[in-house]
Ligand binder design. Structure first.
Ligand code: 13P
Length: 252
C-alpha cells in the first residue's frame, strides 16, 4: 500500500511572513499519520520554513537543485546546502522549468542522480502539452520523459523516487485532466516502470497527479488505482485548502 502524498509547490509566491504563516498553519493542522505532506517554498524561505516545520510531520522540498555539489554555477543551489536545512525532496523537471529555463531530460536525470546520492527523494515531473495531446502523442511523450529521467538508476534508487504527471494544459488553467484521463496515463507510467525495472519496484513508486488539483476534484482523482497523491500549485497556498487536501488523501 502506497501512502498518499500531498505536495504543495508554492512556486514563486509568498513573502517571508506569508510563507512562515502558511507553514505554521499547515504544521498545526496536518494529520500525523496516513498521509505524507510536503511543501516546497522558494529557496530563500527554506531556512525559515524548516524552523517552523521542525517538530511537525510536514516535510520540505526544494523546487530545483543543481547536480554539482558546489562550484562555479552562479545562481544555483546544491544538494548539500539543501540537506543542511532538512530538505528531503526535490522537484525536478517541472514544465515551467523545462519551458522557460531550458531544463532538459538529460539535466533532469543528472539532477535525480545527484539528489539520490544526497539521500534525497527526487519528484520527477513530466507531462504533455495540449498540442501533443491533440496529436495523440501523450503516451509517447510521457514514456520518453520517464525513461530519460530514470536512465542509469538502480531499482533501489527508483524506489526512492516519486513521479508527478502534470499535463501542461492543466497547470494553473483550472482545467483538470478527467479522473479517467489521469488514471490512463498513470497506469501507462507504472507499466513502463515495470518494464524498465520490475513489478515490485513499479508498485512501490508513488505517482502523483498535478494540474488544477483542488479539494473539489481531489477525491475522484485519488480513486484512480495508480494515482497516489497530488502535486498542487494554487490550492496549496491557503492553509485550509491544503489541509482539506490532506484530509481527503487520508480518507482515500
Ligand atoms: P496548479 O495546481 O496551480 O495548477 O499547479 C500545478 C503545478 O504545476 C504543481 O507543480
Amino acid at each position: 500500500m502506497r501512502t498518499p502524498i500531498v505536495a504543495g509547490n508554492w512556486k514563486m509566491n509568498l513573502t517571508h511572513q506569508g510563507a512562515t504563516d502558511l507553514a505554521r498553519g499547515i504544521a498545526e493542522g496536518c494529520p500525523e499519520n496516513g498521509v505524507t505532506a510536503i511543501v516546497a517554498p522558494v529557496a530563500l524561505h527554506i531556512p525559515a520554513v524548516a524552523e517552523v516545520l521542525a517538530a511537525s510531520p510536514v516535510l520540505l522540498a526544494s523546487q530545483n537543485m543543481h547536480w554539482a555539489e558546489s562550484g562555479a554555477c552562479t545562481g544555483e543551489l546544491a544538494g548539500p546546502m539543501l540537506r543542511e536545512f532538512s530538505v528531503r525532496y526535490v522537484i525536478l523537471g517541472h514544465s515551467e522549468r523545462r519551458q522557460f529555463f531550458g531544463e532538459t531530460d538529460e539535466g533532469v536525470n543528472r539532477k535525480a542522480q545527484a539528489a539520490l546520492a544526497q539521500g534525497m527523494h527526487p519528484i520527477i515531473c513530466l507531462g504533455e502539452s495540449l498540442q501533443e495531446r491533440e496529436a495523440d502523442r501523450t503516451q509517447a511523450k510521457v514514456e520518453f520523459q520517464l525513461r530519460a529521467a530514470f536512465a542509469g538508476l538502480t531499482a533501489d534508487e527508483a524506489q526512492r523516487t516519486i513521479v508527478a504527471y502534470e499535463p501542461i494544459w492543466a497547470i494553473g488553467t483550472g482545467k483538470t485532466a478527467s479522473p479517467q484521463q489521469a488514471q490512463d496515463v498513470h497506469a501507462l507510467l507504472r507499466s513502463v516502470l515495470e518494464d524498465r525495472f520490475d513489478r515490485q519496484t513499479a508498485q512501490a513508486i508513488p505517482i502523483l497527479y498535478g494540474g488544477s488539483v483542488k479539494p473539489a476534484n481531489f477525491a475522484e482523482l485519488l480513486a484512480g488505482e495508480d494515482i497516489d497523491g497530488g502535486l498542487v500549485g494554487g490550492a496549496s497556498l491557503k492553509v485550509e485548502s491544503f489541509l482539506e487536501l490532506t484530509r481527503i488523501a487520508l480518507g482515500s
